[in-house]
Design a protein around this ligand. Structure first.
Ligand SMILES: Nc1ncnc2c1ncn2[C@@H]1O[C@H](COP(=O)(O)OP(=O)(O)O)[C@@H](O)[C@H]1O
Ligand SMILES: [Mg+2]
Length: 284
């Protein structure tokens, strides 16, 4: 009954509040999802747009009026066809790109983890790599050691602390990169298609590491871009984008139904042979 009532709520994602939140009412409706507005969001975007200027000097919109809200202690997933703007949105949230319009509020420090694991591990051993970013904090060596151990423990890589980086699998490197962010006490992880190049075992290892991190801390939030619908099993909430717009923002089952309805109702969608890309648009 509650689900039915809430699914009737108008404008589910376009009218998310900006910080500071209105103290009352405590809950606002977001397409079948109740969001506690008293918990300060870890990530919040309000009507964010982003454009680039092409060679002819014309403005090309990439993101259009994107609003979203991710609470602390949760793992949310962002899905959508190739080229719909997922990576651009993540970069705007991370502050790597400035929005043309709208506002972003995100807890700091935050960390952006890229798709290719070889682009983010820089030191010869696991332990040294996780400690790499701690130089700026003026910590004692005991504090560094303890932060590194805790971060590696959180991603299930503590036993690998002395291992040379080049002996790790892609997924293990991703987990080391995530540990680096955790050691720096990052409050938000922005994770861009980390599992694209990974085999199934590595894929599950990385996603479980992120899930354990957000569940264990209750403070760290993660926004995870993926093509793989099965990864939604680990999510606390999800967003679906097309053409630079967020079409759906809410609980996992609603977003999954929305995507599946689109797949059934549109011949634009295909089931790809490896089942990992089953939300990709076929340009035929
Ligand atoms: N700096 C840029 N200049 C021109 N076009 C861009 C730029 N960045 C992204 N785009 C375009 O914006 C669209 C969205 O890109 P992207 O965010 O990478 O999509 P996704 O991650 O969903 O595959 C694509 O069509 C891409 O070509
Ligand atoms: Mg991308």
């Amino acid at each position: 009954m509650l689900q039915e009532v809430l699914s009737l709520a108008p404008m589910p994602w376009a009218s998310l509040p900006t910080v500071p939140m209105k103290p009352s009412p405590r809950y606002f409706r977001c397409r079948s999802l109740i969001v506690d507005t008293e918990a300060a969001p870890a990530i919040e975007a309000h009507k964010v747009s982003f454009s680039v200027t092409n060679r002819q000097g014309k403005l090309v919109p990439i993101l259009n009026n994107c609003s979203l809200h991710v609470p602390p202690g949760q793992l949310w997933m962002l899905l959508g066809p190739n080229g719909c703007g997922k990576s651009t949105l993540l970069k705007v949230l991370a502050g790597l790109l400035n929005p043309s319009d709208g506002t972003v509020n995100i807890k700091k420090p935050n960390s952006f983890v890229f798709q290719n694991p070889d682009h983010q591990v820089v030191m010869p051993t696991v332990e040294a790599d996780v400690a790499f970013g701690l130089g700026k904090f003026n910590l004692t060596s005991d504090e560094v050691r303890s932060r590194v151990s805790e971060a590696l423990e959180a991603v299930g890589m503590l036993h690998y602390s002395q291992r040379p980086i080049q002996t790790l699998s892609g997924g293990q490197k991703q987990r080391v990169a995530i540990a680096g962010a955790l050691a720096e006490a990052c409050k938000v992880l922005l994770l861009d298609e980390l599992t694209t190049f990974l085999d199934e075992h590595d894929q599950i290892g990385v996603i479980k590491a992120v899930k354990n991190t957000v569940v264990g801390s209750e403070e760290v939030a993660a926004l995870w871009v993926t093509h793989r619908l099965e990864e939604l099993n680990y999510a606390d909430g999800a967003l679906y984008m097309e053409d630079g717009r967020i079409l759906m923002h809410g609980d996992v089952s609603s977003v999954l139904s929305f995507i599946k309805e689109k797949q059934v109702s549109s011949t634009l969608f295909c089931k790809c042979p490896n089942q990992h890309l089953n939300i990709m648009v076929c340009k035929s």
